[in-house]
Design a protein around this ligand. Structure first.
Ligand code: AMP
Ligand code: GLY
Length: 424
């Protein structure tokens, strides 16, 4: 089997690394990939959002299965593009078609779906510019903090949480006026939920699903969950509070109704579903759906799968996922993200990275790197994710941090407190 993985981050490196361990996989291509993915396969210079470039790469490299890493090509309809092209129609794409990708592409769509299928989520209403005065009425009725969400994709920046009614109504007006472009022409206002978040993943062929290891990520730049939001500064798996009792609730109240709802709505779904959940006094609620794997959660989650991950991918492609084996390593995995100085604000690129050869008892997934004359240099805000195993979360963290300490580049920074809220 020849596989093409679309994307260029740590998530895609982790997928390539895991699939490279499968005896069933012959060649792995990553488009466009990074310096790290080139050690698991062949990088191809393509833009995953330019479907004609993807098509050429698929045909010229005799690709059998395409795995889509990020959400954007899915929301733009890459799977539909394959289905509508005579030469590509039989090549399975792991990732949902456009109308299913709406679960991530439109918050209003996702909230409506959850309401119809009785899936626990915060109470909400959706407004546009003509209904601004109704929106103010609604804001007055609910208690602060006020949660305002741009309906469409806004590069992770479309959720604004404000404590003060005046600020919230101003922000709402700005959003409806296009603060996030087309994405905020509609705004979801929802009730604030207080609890601790976690990420739960399934892979589905549209009929059955397999539950993958859960993870918790750390989104803020500063220790103690302070400062600006980032793409993710680290992750741990398993999540101690996600015990059997809690995960049974997640499956019964959230995962199964979601799979059933998609099927009842005649929305064929093949790929990963990422449930962004919050634990409110022992009860799981959905904060958001994503139609892909998380980053950096994948860098902590995939190293916990001890069976052949390709079996699951092939199970989706051949629609027999229920027959496929999945075994999960009981050990903990933690991942610590090393970023560029200044991130998530302005930062410099092209800093030479040293120490990668000294890493032991850990695996380093590249997030933003590239090769320049055999040297690995920084090429993004998030640079490297250092994943390690341990009998406990703290043992794994010790190894992640020991190894992160061996890697250096000008301006490197990582959070020193991943897992801080899960101690004891
Ligand atoms: P989202 O893009 O929907 O995941 O939202 C981004 C972040 O905003 C989430 O990870 C939460 O930390 C926070 N958030 C979103 N919705 C709510 C809510 N209803 N109550 C509390 N926090 C929320
Ligand atoms: N780590 C959160 C995400 O991938 O969206």
């Amino acid at each position: 089997m020849n596989i093409l993985i679309l994307g260029s981050g740590g998530r895609e490196h982790a997928i390539a690394w895991k699939l490279s361990q499968s005896t069933k996989v012959k060649k792995i291509f990553i488009g466009p990939g990074n310096a790290g993915t080139s050690s698991c396969g062949t990088n191809i210079k393509i833009d995953p959002e330019k479907f004609d470039e993807v098509k050429d790469a698929v045909l010229s490299n005799k690709i059998d299965i395409v795995i889509v890493g990020p959400e954007s090509p899915l929301v733009k309809g890459i799977h539909d593009y394959f289905l509508n092209d005579k030469k590509l129609a039989k090549i399975p794409v792991i990732g949902p078609v456009k109308n299913a990708a709406m679960l991530e592409g439109s918050k209003d769509f996702a909230k409506d779906f959850m309401t119809r299928y009785n899936i626990p989520t915060a109470a909400y209403r959706t407004f546009d510019k003509p209904t601004y005065s109704e929106a103010l009425h609604f804001l007055k009725k609910i208690n602060p903090p006020y949660v305002l969400k741009a309906d469409g994709l806004a590069a992770g920046k479309g959720v604004v949480i404000l404590n003060n009614f005046g600020e919230a109504s101003k922000e709402l007006a700005a959003m409806l006026d296009g603060k996030f472009g087309e994405a905020s022409r509609k705004v979801v206002i929802e009730e604030f939920l207080k609890g601790i978040e976690l990420s739960v993943f399934v892979i589905t062929d549209g009929h059955s699903y397999k539950l993958l290891p859960e993870a918790k990520d750390y989104k803020r730049i500063g220790v103690g969950d302070t400062g600006l939001n980032t793409g993710g500064m680290g992750a741990v798996s398993p999540v101690p509070f996600a015990d059997g009792n809690f995960m049974t609730k997640v499956e019964e109240k959230i995962i199964k109704p979601t799979i059933r709802g998609l099927s009842e709505d005649h929305i064929p779904y093949k790929g990963f579903i990422f449930f962004g959940l919050i634990n409110v006094d022992g009860e799981p609620y959905v904060i958001e759906y994503n139609v892909r794997l998380g980053d950096p959660e994948t860098e902590a989650m995939l190293p916990r799968i001890s069976s052949d991950f390709f079996e699951l991918i092939e199970g989706v492609a051949e629609c027999d996922l229920h027959k496929r084996e999945l075994t999960i390593d009981k050990r903990s995995v933690t991942t610590v993200m090393m970023v560029s100085g200044g991130y998530p604000g302005n930062y410099e690129k092209d800093k030479v990275i040293s120490g990668l050869d000294s890493v032991s008892e850990a695996v380093v997934f590249h997030a933003g790197t590239r090769l320049v004359d055999d040297k690995v240099v920084t090429n993004g805000g998030r640079v490297l994710s250092v994943s390690a195993w341990g009998r406990t979360m703290n043992e794994a963290l010790r190894e992640s941090y020991r190894n992160a300490g061996l890697i250096s580049y000008d301006g490197s920074y990582f959070r020193s407190d991943i897992g801080f809220d899960l101690q004891g």
